[in-house]
Design a protein around this ligand. Structure first.
Ligand code: PMP
Length: 436
């Protein structure tokens, strides 16, 4: 414990920039975690924690098949992706085969931020235009362009006012607490109508957008589905003016929703550019952008692309092992079945705990939104922080999300089982009773 504390001081007061994100609120001492196994994390003081948060390790921690693939490849060859080796071709073919036509051309990168950044560059280069439309309260990454379209104010209260001039935002299509609400019987189609009007207005003002970027399931809200028909309408408007539709699947994609492999499939659309990462490497840095041959060819004429380690032999070996595990262990189906059980149980908890305003999401992409009042929807921010701290005592890793930090981010590895989610629900039940 002393060693863990000493390490923390070196981290927080020593070498790391203060701005770097970490998993701990400051109110409680964070566990020092050096090992993981499936949906569990082991601390150096001998505790085993249930990881209900980890949206990167789809296949679970320390998967032996993935570890073996990585170490085998490391012992053979790892170099940059300029060279000619099988992995880069095989992985790209597999990724393309997971996407509908005409999405058949793959760029391999190292992270989600790189993927969304490249997606934006593809759109601006292919259209020869600078302007991009994004959804408010979203997060797309930290690099220059991906940060520019990120207007979540959770970490930067000035996010909306400090966007570059080429970024245009539309209302967050949040049917729970946004401008139009399901509970009030509002017409949720107005979110799309307003966004279409914004795109039309940009075009009329001589700034037709290069593209529109959005998650198909709104992650920062805790996994809020977009209103039916939203992407269809907005994609059509953007394309009518010659722009491209970009789907950020970095968090929502790769089977997490259970019923579909990709988020955009739930909206019945096919984007022009898809950005994916996180799950692709199960924690190893690899991501991809998949687009059409035509868009990629236009980029060829005006853009430069080379990511030294994007799609390296080791990254490709890892990414293919992840896909083997996802398919072999039927983890998408597990996300559907276990996710439905979990959502059902969390929803039942709302009958006894007034603090639970809603349970958003689908599969293992869920958000439990905590409010002080179900009418005013006043965010229960402090209660959410206290709940996460108490859950850690009870053996569960959980963190708040959303601009209001009042949503439990329930996104465990897709191998999580029924016993684990029942344990989680019991812990939430107990912690909520104590807080009340
Ligand atoms: N897009 C979305 C929707 C994300 O959730 C994230 C990561 N939280 C990113 C992009 C950026 O990914 P990365 O952290 O790998 O750069």
């Amino acid at each position: 414990r002393d060693a863990a504390r000493e390490l923390l001081v070196r981290r927080d007061d020593g070498v790391l920039a203060e701005v770097q994100e970490h998993y701990y609120s400051g109110a409680v001492e964070p566990p020092r975690v050096e090992r993981g196994w499936r949906h569990h994390l082991a601390t150096t003081d001998g505790r085993v924690l249930l990881d209900m948060l980890n949206n990167v390790t789809v296949a679970g921690h320390a998967h032996p098949r993935i570890a073996a693939a990585a170490s085998r490849q490391l012992a053979r060859l790892n170099t940059n992706s300029r060279f000619h080796y099988a992995g880069v071709v095989e992985l790209s073919e597999r990724l393309a085969s997971l996407l509908p036509d005409p999405l058949d051309t793959v760029f391999l990168v190292n992270s989600g931020s790189e993927a969304t950044d490249l997606a934006i560059r593809l759109a601006t280069v292919a259209t020869g235009r600078p302007d991009v439309v994004a959804v408010r309260e979203a997060y797309h990454g930290w690099t220059f362009a991906s940060d520019a379209v990120s207007t979540s104010v959770a970490d930067n209260p000035a996010a909306l006012e400090t966007r570059p001039a080429w970024v245009h935002t539309v209302e967050a299509p949040n049917a729970y607490r946004g401008r139009y609400r399901a509970a009030r019987g509002d017409d949720l189609g107005r979110y799309a109508a307003d966004a279409v009007a914004a795109v039309d207005a940009l075009a009329a003002a001589g700034h037709p957008p290069a593209g529109f970027i959005a998650e198909a399931f709104y992650g920062n809200a805790g996994g809020m589905p977009l209103p039916d028909g939203y992407l269809e309408a907005v994609y059509a408007a953007v394309r009518r003016h010659g722009g491209l539709a970009i789907a950020d699947e970095v968090q929502v994609g790769y089977g997490r929703l259970g019923s579909t492999f990709w988020g955009f499939q739930q909206q019945g659309v096919v984007p022009d550019v898809v950005a994916v990462a996180k799950s692709v490497g199960n924690g190893h840095p690899v991501g991809a952008v998949i687009t059409t041959r035509e868009v990629a060819a236009r980029y060829r004429d005006a853009g430069y692309f080379f990511a030294s380690t994007g799609g390296s032999p080791v990254s490709c070996a890892v990414a293919m092992a992840v896909l083997d595990v996802l398919q072999g262990e039927q983890l998408q189906e597990n996300a559907r079945v276990v996710g439905a059980r979990l959502k059902g149980a969390l929803t039942s908890l709302a009958e006894r705990h007034r603090l639970i305003g809603a349970v958003h999401g689908e599969g293992l992409y869920l958000g439990v939104e905590l409010v002080r009042d179900r009418e005013t929807l006043e965010p229960a921010r402090e209660e959410t922080a206290a709940l996460c701290d108490r859950l850690l005592d009870l053996g569960v890793v959980m963190q708040p999300t959303s601009d209001r930090q009042n949503v439990l981010k329930v996104k465990p590895p897709l191998c999580v089982d029924e016993a684990a989610v029942d344990f989680f629900v019991a812990a939430v039940d107990r912690a909520l009773s104590e807080i009340a």
